[in-house]
Design a protein around this ligand. Structure first.
Ligand SMILES: Cc1cc2nc3c(=O)[nH]c(=O)nc-3n(C[C@H](O)[C@H](O)[C@H](O)COP(=O)(O)O)c2cc1C
Length: 182
């Protein structure tokens, strides 16, 4: 037996991984915001769709330079992710306020972040208006991973956890590996 909930209750598709999106203005200013509406959409080339609200500074910067990095988070980043998503780079320099250190990219000018599990260098290939947001289709140009935690077929979840966003201030982490029989 089910109960019907609002057709707009997107939490039904949460928790979902949350990432930090680093973007850069034409003049070289950096900004960072968390995003959980991020999904792989093609594998060769590796394309990632990211839904970004048009009122955010991140939206302006991605539109200006066509570049961004997707930074992959673990449990220790929960509080940071929440705080970075509750203020705008329009009002505060979030790199300065939170002592974030850029990690140089190889193929683009927008850096990743030091201390994350890994990051993806992306260039925007396409975009689609969706309501008040834009769905940016981004192509991966280079991927960097913390070598102790990544192996063939992905993250070693016995050594690290990936951060997911539930709702508001609630986050969860990946915790249990399930292997199905052949
Ligand atoms: C956990 C979390 C996930 C979020 N996911 C998204 C998202 O996928 N897309 C989006 O546009 N905003 C998302 N937000 C909201 C932005 O991060 C927020 O509007 C931010 O303040 C924008 O910052 P900026 O103006 O510096 O770019 C999320 C916020 C939090 C806390």
């Amino acid at each position: 037996m089910y109960v019907e909930i609002s057709a707009n209750d997107y939490h039904v598709l949460h928790p979902r991984p949350v990432y930090l999106i680093v973007s850069r203005s034409r003049e070289g200013r950096l900004n960072v915001m968390p995003a959980s509406w991020v999904s792989p959409v093609y594998d060769d080339p590796f394309l990632i769709a990211i839904s970004v609200w048009s009122g955010s500074l991140t939206h302006d910067y991605i539109s200006e330079t066509g570049e961004l990095t997707v930074n992959i988070l673990s449990e220790k980043h929960a509080e940071l992710a929440y705080k970075l998503g509750t203020e705008s780079g329009r009002d505060v320099d979030k790199f300065k306020k939170y002592g974030l250190k850029p990690y140089p990219s190889k193929t683009i000018l927008t850096p990743g972040l030091e201390g994350v599990l890994g990051f993806i260098e992306c260039v925007v290939k396409d975009k689609l208006p969706v309501g008040e947001s834009t769905l940016f289709i981004c192509e991966s140009k280079a991927i960097h991973v913390a070598k102790d935690f990544y192996e063939k077929y992905g993250w070693n979840l016995s050594k690290t956890s990936l951060l997911l966003h539930g709702a508001g201030k609630s986050f969860t982490v990946t915790g249990r590996l399930i292997r199905v029989p052949k």
